[in-house]
Design a binder for this molecule. Structure first.
Ligand SMILES: [Ca+2]
Length: 169
């Protein structure tokens, strides 16, 4: 498996439903990739067809093969309900570099499908000299030239032999 940067554009959902009859569905997603998690905005009062249009960046480590989204309904008086889970295999985006916006099934805890979310993926392979990382702030989607100017973005191994441990002595 490659390592690099995965960009997720979470567009919208439809057909989502909570078991909650008395309040609107206020859906949000918790996206997880490897050891990283990020939370989307809450689509308050948007019911079963929320629209997020939000972008997330993950740095993909070796061995990561899928992105998962837990779709939640925010509730004020009680704990948030889980509407279901979405599993997105990353094999296609690793091969093609990008996938078009498509719908992925939301699977409830009882194993039944209940609605879908629409998202697209872009994957950028890590360059060998690349020592920066994107973080979750998401403002610098346009590449390394906007990052790290004058901030000494050097690899951890130093250059010119000055770095490293002093062994022996
Ligand atoms: Ca709610």
């Amino acid at each position: 498996m490659p390592s690099g940067t995965l960009e997720v554009l979470l567009a919208s959902g439809n057909g989502l439903k909570s078991g909650d009859f008395f309040s609107k569905t206020d859906a949000y997603a918790v996206l997880s990739c490897g050891s990283q998690s990020q939370k989307s905005n809450v689509a308050r009062n948007q019911g079963s067809s929320p629209s997020w249009n939000q972008r997330f960046l993950f740095s993909v480590e070796e061995g990561v093969e899928e992105l998962t989204l837990k779709i939640m309904d925010e509730d004020f008086m009680t704990a948030d309900d889980e509407l279901g889970c979405v599993t997105v295999p990353l094999e296609t985006v690793f091969q093609l570099g990008k996938t078009p916006t498509s719908g992925y099934n939301v699977v409830k805890k009882n194993g039944k499908n209940r609605g879908e979310v629409k998202l697209s993926l872009t994957f950028t392979l890590k360059q060998r000299t690349d020592s920066f990382h994107y973080n979750a702030a998401g403002n610098s989607v346009h590449g390394p030239s906007m990052l790290g100017q004058g901030s000494g973005v050097q690899g951890p191994y130093g250059s010119g032999g000055g770095g490293g441990w002093n062994q022996g002595a």
